[in-house]
Design a protein around this ligand. Structure first.
Ligand code: PLP
Length: 409
């Protein structure tokens, strides 16, 4: 057995060496702050980790807490009863079902767009858009803090990638002015940046895109369900849905499911359906995931109390963090970073919170800009006042244990 394993390892040595790695990699995996297992999920944000330790989830993207909503759960169960578990095929071939069209029509109308395409993940939606819409010799102009899925899509397209400083309109303007007027240009932004929580300056970006004839792609994974009328997102928040060519998003945040969408003029959406490799050669979204997203979309519109509670919690939480002197990078949204500023201190801060029963994510450079190493937290409508207060007490201890110096109030 061992002999045959060693033979296999010898055969694949260059790749096996890379994967098995050196001592540092092994150590990193052993003490990794990532891939923590949640063993059971209780009420709301209460969970237990493997080993039985209770923890309160402080970084879920479940902004509206709909994954336990009875209407949403029932819709998922009924979809399985009616359709089984998978369409077993791509949308282009044999995988398109009536439930996909139902969700696409409702989402398009909700977002104020002509058409919509539903993908298996937000990541796939973003990847499909950029890799298909742009090509060699085009320019893709991106905010440096866009999500990884957009970077990958931009790289796959073969276009030139130009980066502007995060949220810096002068930097975007300068880039657009330098480019050849005849060159096809695609500007790419997030509506709400997932790490920073910042809201894009959409009015100025739309102006600049109009002036320079640039096509605008807006990833609204964290704006959808959070901003705008009934959660229509960042474009609606600014009343600018008709000025953004394509809006993409995810069902894995406010819609309590998995999957993603691309919404825009029918011509753009149909172009993607006939030219995106990811859409053509990947299976369609499963029935339960689609039904969950649709049921959540309807609940979101019917029960405004979930968004109201999300914002009530967010305001309370942000005020609490600021009173403790923590740097939240001026996030105005429920995605709230606690900027620590150096990796080692960040680790001890995160570890102290984890040991006290609070689950957060440590995000360090190069995932975030150097000097912005942070604890990522995200607020949900499900958080109780008592949990937020207990987290405040845990933060006081983490501040002491990590040696973090609070900002002057
Ligand atoms: C800004 C942003 N875009 C895209 C994605 C990918 O979405 P999904 O998880 O549905 O693949 C995420 C997920 O975290 C995100 O935060």
């Amino acid at each position: 057995m061992l002999k045959s394993f060693n033979r296999l390892f010898e055969k694949t040595k260059p790749i096996a060496d890379r994967c098995r790695g050196d001592a540092a990699t092994k150590l990193r995996l052993k003490f990794s702050p990532y891939y923590h297992v949640i063993e059971t999920q209780g009420e709301g944000m209460e969970m237990t980790e493997r080993g039985g330790r209770p923890t309160v989830m402080m970084c879920s993207n479940e902004y509206l807490g709909l994954s336990r909503h009875p209407d949403v759960q029932r819709a998922a169960q009924e979809a399985i009863d009616k359709w089984g578990t998978s369409p077993c095929g791509s949308r282009l071939a044999n995988g398109t079902r009536a439930y996909h069209l139902e969700l696409e029509e409702e989402l398009a109308a909700f977002l104020g767009k002509e058409a919509c395409h539903v993908s298996v993940a937000g990541y796939m939606a973003q990847l499909s858009v950029l890799s298909a819409i742009a090509q060699r010799k085009d320019a893709i102009i991106v905010d440096k803090s866009i999500h990884a899925s957009l970077w990958d899509g931009a790289r796959l397209s073969g276009a030139d990638i130009e980066r502007f400083t995060h949220q810096d309109m002068a930097s975007l303007r300068a880039l657009l002015e330098e480019l050849e007027p005849a060159q096809a240009k695609v500007v790419v932004i997030d509506g709400v940046y997932s790490m920073e929580g910042h809201i894009a300056n959409l009015p100025e970006i739309c102006e600049l895109c109009d002036q320079h004839g640039a096509f605008l792609v807006l990833d609204d994974c964290h704006g959808f369900g959070v901003l705008g009328r009934e959660g229509r997102g960042t474009a609606d928040h600014f009343g600018l849905a008709d000025r953004v060519e394509l809006i993409t998003g995810s069902f894995s945040k406010s819609l309590a499911s998995t999957g993603g969408y691309i919404a825009g003029d029918r011509a753009f959406v149909e172009f993607l359906r006939s030219s995106s490799q990811q859409i053509i050669f990947s299976a369609a979204l499963a029935p339960a995931a689609t039904a969950t997203a649709l049921a959540s979309l309807r609940v979101m519109q019917r029960e405004p109390e979930h968004i109201a509670k999300l914002w009530e919690n967010t305001r309370y939480y942000q005020a609490m963090l600021q009173a403790l002197g923590l740097d939240i990078w001026e996030s105005p949204t429920p995605a709230v970073p606690i900027v620590i500023g150096d990796k080692e201190r960040c680790y001890f801060f995160w570890k102290s919170l984890m040991d006290q029963g609070f689950f957060t994510v440590m995000s360090i450079s190069p995932g975030v800009p150097a000097g912005k190493d942070m604890i990522r937290t995200a607020i949900s409508s499900l958080h109780t006042r008592e949990q937020l207060d207990r987290f405040g007490d845990a933060l006081k201890i983490a501040i002491k244990k990590s040696g973090y110096r609070p900002m002057a109030a």
